[in-house]
Design a protein. Structure first.
Length: 112
């Protein structure tokens, strides 16, 4: 994990904050998934990952949600705003997971 990855996640988070949630997706559930819940789950895990290593529950949730969102993305390509928003969320979640995985793989001070 590099400082550049963390800086990239921070920039991505800032950019994401400026994107409006796609209006048509408050009630739309592609493939049976509530996109409001998808958004809040991934964004919450990203926010936590920016502060430090995720606990096991958050880590599992993040990996499951980004995998599921990856499956859903092709089915929402009909809405340009939604695909922009959820693709950004997906990429940001993947980067947060990558950073968290690297933190877990790094030796701790006690194991040196």
């Amino acid at each position: 994990m590099t400082d550049e990855m963390k800086a990239r996640l921070s920039r991505s988070w800032e950019d994401f904050g400026g994107l409006p949630f796609p209006a048509g997706f408050y009630g739309r559930e592609p493939e049976g998934e509530c996109m409001v819940t998808m958004d809040s789950s991934i964004a919450g895990c990203v926010s936590s990952a920016m502060k430090g290593k995720l606990d096991d529950g958050h880590r599992e949730n993040l990996h499951a949600r980004i995998a599921r969102l990856g499956e859903i993305l092709p089915s929402i390509r009909d809405d340009e705003n939604a695909i922009t928003y959820f693709t950004h969320l997906h990429q940001m979640g993947k980067l947060a997971a990558e950073i968290d995985d690297a933190r877990r793989a790094a030796p701790t001070a006690r194991s040196r």
